[in-house]
Design a protein around this ligand. Structure first.
Ligand SMILES: [Fe+2]
Ligand SMILES: [Fe+2]
Length: 292
């Protein structure tokens, strides 16, 4: 038996969600501005002692295998790249959400973080290997946040997964998103408006969260980015990294081909690159105590 929820109920859930730190908010806003430079990123990180310590821990983790320890923040940031800095900042503030056991999806502790991290890497690879004009850093950050809504609605879906799978199997429901809507009157892409207000999310990121399962409905100026994350999300699930029962139970919009030039061989390269990078990044975050 499930309860229907609405925007008011979600607003209450979001009241209990941790705030992003001032530095994480500034980093999100700065990195989505195409005219920013690395100096601004360094300046923001320097104002936050906890984040500075985290960044140094990640860069010196065994996963990166550096011979000499990096002690300068400037060097650490240029080595890791800004997308990882944003990832560390968001992962740290919202670890409670990323690591939530997704009971409603029968997902395990840490599944959401792993799926989002893999989607982030895949989205970045998609834009890089298709020579897209979208910033790889923006694609990464958007991928990292795309499914955060699942942590907000998961509890309301408790005990529903096997019945949903059966309905999808029997073609009574088209996909998992429709199942969420039918069961609780709310799908995991719709909590974005409230969360965007609380977390001051940039428009490009909110558009990705809202339309990553329906990229054709995104506004034209964000469509290419939304399609990149849509594909990145599917690549993450195809690589066996989902969030539980819902994995691969969403529609794939093949119109991504209109926005990015990705031949089958390039797609295979994306999948290989994602595997390598994911293993390394997951280890480095875990060793640095990030999102655990
Ligand atoms: Fe999703
Ligand atoms: Fe996803």
């Amino acid at each position: 038996m499930t309860t229907k929820i609405d925007q008011d109920e979600i607003r209450k859930v979001i009241e209990s969600v941790p705030m992003l730190s001032a530095s994480a908010t500034q980093l999100l806003q700065t990195t989505t501005d195409p005219d920013h430079d690395l100096i601004e990123i360094v300046r923001i990180v320097k104002t936050d002692a906890t984040l500075t310590a985290r960044v140094l821990k990640v860069v010196n983790s065994a996963a990166f295998g550096l011979i000499n320890e990096i002690t300068s923040l400037d060097r650490a940031i240029s080595y890791l790249g800004e997308r990882l800095i944003v990832g560390i900042a968001i992962g740290d503030c919202a670890s409670q959400l990323f690591n939530k056991e997704l009971k409603g999806y029968e997902g395990e502790h840490g599944d959401l973080w792993r799926h989002d991290l893999r989607t982030a890497i895949a989205s970045r690879e998609v834009v890089t290997q298709s020579n897209s004009t979208i910033s790889p850093d923006l694609a990464f950050t958007a991928g990292l946040l795309h499914d955060i809504g699942k942590a907000l609605i998961s509890d309301y879906l408790h005990g529903t997964a096997s019945a949903v799978l059966e309905k999808i199997e029997n073609e009574e429901i088209s996909d998992y998103l429709s199942a969420e809507e039918e069961l609780i009157g709310f799908d995991h892409t719709r909590a974005v408006h409230e969360l965007a207000l609380v977390w001051k999310l940039p428009e490009a990121i909110t558009e990705v969260i809202r339309f990553h399962h329906a990229p054709s409905e995104a506004r034209d100026e964000f469509k290419e980015l939304v399609y990149a994350v849509h594909l990145g999300d599917n690549i993450a699930m195809m690589g066996g990294c989902g969030t539980g029962a819902d994995s691969m139970r969403y529609k794939l919009d093949n119109n991504y081909c209109q926005f990015m030039d990705l031949q089958p061989a390039a797609l295979a390269n994306v999948m290989l690159a994602v595997n390598d990078d994911f293993n390394k990044l997951e280890r480095s975050f875990a060793e640095a105590g990030e999102s655990n």
